[in-house]
Design a protein around this ligand. Structure first.
Ligand code: IMP
Length: 406
């Protein structure tokens, strides 16, 4: 059972990229399964920082095939630019495999996403405006364009024409925005098809062949369980299934192949965009977390909302994902707080349990046992409240700043 799934247990930005990278040595392939360029996964190797939006994070490691699965919605311009940037950094992008069944984000999807957000005013979801929602709408509506259509422009034009007519009607009459030209999209699609053709394949077959040989496959989730379209804080969610079941569907793999589900959670909580956030803080506490944690969105640059670790939400996320272990990231950001509240809604009493803080800088600590006692107490308290083993803690962005909990 050689599949490891990496899932976010909060509202995204938990550090899945770093963990996926760490799990990839020895893997035959690493798969992005859902979402698209709304994601921003960061991997730091020495002086080089890689910021990936569509590519699976394992591409930074030598060896694994980098698969973009059928559940992903692909913006070809973003993908091609990402491949160029990686190539320029000396990364072998010939290992990229793009599912023929993945859906394509087209200019009218981005236009509709932005126009819908503008029209909602104060009720906006706060999407990344990358066209993710409208592309998934077309997928569910059976009017979407798939990657394989980029290789057959007659078919693409035939399928796109009615869908674009509808989108343009909405854009012009409802949102009073500019229409998108069919000819322009077909011209762009022709260039995308030529550039991406060498990478387009049946990725499910590739993954099954790998599993058949007993090779390890890593599934990389994007966003987090609390942004799941079904189980998140609807309607303030993304439009894909971000829990482990969604990853499996997006990769085309059955659950019996999975032997571990690594849930990633920050040692505190952040959220970008609108929606409920029970443990949110402001003032000095917010400034501490935001400044030390560099809490700005990777894709949009928006400041992230910050709060304490929400134990009830974390426990729920482990149930939704079936996490078999947790990696607690950014523990170093909590240094310098005299006390660190853990948030757990309790009927009729205080929601916050304060734990003792610590002053020591954790970023240079190389072994878990060398962390200050209060930091280990914090990790142990989280473990016992959530009821899932914590396998590692991360104390900085570098690959090496990952401590095995002993
Ligand atoms: P969308 O996925 O762009 O439609 O945005 C829907 C919601 O999900 C918004 O609140 C976004 O800020 C949030 N979101 C989407 N992708 C990410 C991510 O990778 N990290 C954190 N939040 C995200």
């Amino acid at each position: 059972m050689p599949v490891t799934a990496v899932v976010g247990l909060q509202w995204g930005d938990e550090g899945k990229g770093k963990l996926t990278d760490a799990l990839c040595p020895g893997a035959h392939c690493v798969v992005r399964c859902q979402g698209g360029s709304n994601a921003g996964h960061t991997i730091v190797v020495g002086d080089v920082t890689y910021k990936l939006r569509i590519m699976p994070s394992g591409i930074v490691q030598d060896g694994p095939l980098a698969v973009v699965g059928s559940g992903v919605v692909v913006d070809p311009d973003v993908l091609l630019q990402e491949m160029d940037t990686l190539r320029a950094s000396g990364i072998d992008v010939e290992r990229v495999r793009l599912s023929q069944r993945a859906h394509v984000i087209l200019p009218h999807h981005r236009a509709l996403d932005g126009a819908a957000e503008d029209a909602k005013g104060a009720n906006a979801i706060g999407t990344t405006r990358q066209g993710i929602g409208p592309a998934y709408v077309d997928r569910a509506n059976r009017t979407g364009i798939r990657v394989e259509d980029l290789l057959n422009l007659d078919r693409l034009r035939e399928r796109l024409e009615p869908a674009l007519k509808l989108a343009n009607h909405t854009l012009t009459t409802y949102y009073h925005s500019d229409p998108v030209s069919l000819d322009d999209v077909v011209t762009a699609a022709s260039a995308w098809g030529k550039a991406l053709a060498p990478y387009i394949t049946d990725t499910e077959q590739l993954i099954h062949a790998s599993l058949g040989r007993g090779e390890r496959v890593v599934l990389e989730g994007a966003q987090g369980a609390l942004l799941d379209v079904d189980h998140g804080s609807y309607p303030y969610v993304t439009s894909s299934s971000t829990v482990t079941g969604g990853l499996l569907a997006g990769a085309g793999v059955g659950p019996s192949s999975v032997d571990s589900v690594v849930g990633i959670a920050k040692a505190y909580t952040t959220r970008v965009g609108g929606g409920p956030f029970p443990s949110e803080v402001d003032g000095v506490a917010h400034d501490h977390l935001a400044t030390r944690g560099h809490e700005f969105g990777t894709v949009t640059g928006r400041p992230r909302r910050c709060g304490w670790l929400d134990i009830a939400a974390l426990r729920h996320a482990t149930q939704l994902t079936g996490a078999t272990s947790i990696v607690l990231t950014k523990l170093d950001v909590l240094s310098g707080l005299s006390s660190i509240p853990l948030f757990e809604p309790k009927e009729g009493s205080e929601n916050l349990t304060p734990l003792a803080g610590w002053d020591d800088d954790l970023t240079r600590v190389a072994h878990y046992a060398d962390l200050p006692r209060q930091a280990r107490d914090y990790v142990e308290t989280v473990r016992s409240l959530v009821g899932i083993p914590i396998s590692h803690v991360s104390v900085g962005p570098e690959r090496t700043q990952l401590l095995t909990v002993s």
